[in-house]
Ligand binder design. Structure first.
Ligand code: PMV
Length: 358
């Protein structure tokens, strides 16, 4: 138990309460892949928080009499009942109940909506868990003020989905203990400070090669790392890449940035391809896009690179000053590989409260 985040047992003035928050997705530059209980990463990670790929979640809290030790809730997606998420939410509430014991006394009506396809390799669980946690913290804070609101939001988010803890703030977040980052820890994410200003302008164009359901859940992927023959080497390399990326982020050395970020994406997929059972999530079109990016970079000397999540989609990362060239490149050379489906995003700052009208 992490003592600093344990809340008072009860909320004394039991009234109806509602609130609405939005949270963005994030894209890892140094990948988190492999964990120990409960949601403790095997290596530290770094991500860009996004701006446009969002989950919006509202929760109504209704006081109830509940003699069980389980949080009572209902979940709708865009107003429609969606039972597929119930088991994930049950696990989440079991994990956080020691930190927000008063939730037992309420019935939670949760409604959520994403503005991008979920289960497609864009980390929808990250934005979903961050938005949900932001609502829970808002509720707690409006009754019993919390000193470290953002930290606790990140802490709760992590218990829903590890990478979600990095979506709470931005634009660059780290999660997991590392000697190079003061105050870094395995329980919540911290802002990466002192980075070069070029990274404030970073864009992420996400090419939707495959917007269907993911073939492997990240839960299974993390689990497979436990017996993975290359696990210890991977964790070592991730830590080393983390140190190198810290230097590149501070100096603005884009050549190093590109090398490290692409290496991390390929290591993630190499782990999936060499686990037992194995998963090949990249598609031939993913490889075509990667080859095109390398050619384009060489030919025009534009510092664009790719990264991948646990899926076939390709994230193109580049500074804003090259946006018009990159968009033209996408239209001309890449749109055939993604059926002209792509999302233009950029770095953002994290969760935001939205006015809630019932
Ligand atoms: O947060 P999870 O359990 O969905 O795992 C996320 C794993 C990756 O997205 C592949 C990498 C990362 O660090 O976000």
């Amino acid at each position: 138990m992490v003592k600093e985040f344990i809340s008072q047992e009860k909320i004394l003035s039991k009234n109806f309460f509602n609130c609405k928050w939005e949270a963005p997705s994030n894209i890892a530059l140094i990948k988190y892949w492999g964990k120990s209980p409960v949601q403790i990463p095997m290596n530290p990670s770094i991500s860009f928080t996004l701006k446009n790929c969002l989950t919006k979640t509202d929760i109504s809290f209704e006081p109830i009499k509940n003699t069980s030790n389980k949080v009572k809730f209902e979940f709708t997606y865009n107003g429609e009942s969606k039972s597929d998420f119930n088991s994930k939410l049950e696990i989440f509430f079991e994990r956080i109940i020691n930190y927000q014991p008063f939730l037992i006394d309420y019935y939670l009506k949760i409604n959520s909506v994403n503005n991008f396809p979920h289960s497609s390799g864009i980390a929808s669980s990250a934005s979903a868990m961050a938005a949900l946690s932001a609502c829970l913290i808002d509720f707690e804070n409006s009754h019993n003020p919390i000193v470290k609101k953002h930290k606790k939001t990140s802490f709760l988010s992590r218990l829903g989905s590890g990478s979600a803890c990095r979506s709470v703030s931005g634009p660059i977040m780290t999660w997991g203990k590392h000697s190079k980052i003061p105050k870094s820890n395995d329980f919540y994410a911290t802002k990466f400070l002192g980075y070069h200003q070029i990274f404030d302008t970073y864009c992420d164009s996400i090419l939707l090669v495959d917007s269907g359901k993911k073939e492997v859940s990240s839960t299974l992927g993390h689990e497979l790392m436990k017996k993975h023959p290359f696990a210890s080497s991977r964790f070592k390399q991730a830590k080393n890449n983390f140190s190198l990326l810290c230097v590149a982020l501070k100096s603005g050395d884009l050549d190093s940035f590109i090398k490290i970020v692409e290496n991390e994406a390929l290591q993630l997929h190499a782990m999936m391809m060499t686990s037992n059972p194995y998963f090949i999530l990249i598609k031939p079109k993913t490889l075509n896009i990667i080859n095109e990016i390398r050619d384009f970079r060489r030919k025009f000397n534009i510092p664009i690179c790719f990264t991948l999540d646990a899926g076939a989609n390709v994230h193109l990362l580049y500074p804003q000053i090259h946006k018009s060239d990159v968009l033209e490149f996408i239209k001309k050379n890449l749109s055939i590989y993604c059926n002209n489906c792509y999302i233009n995003d950029e770095v953002g700052v994290g969760i935001k409260k939205i006015k809630f009208v019932l």
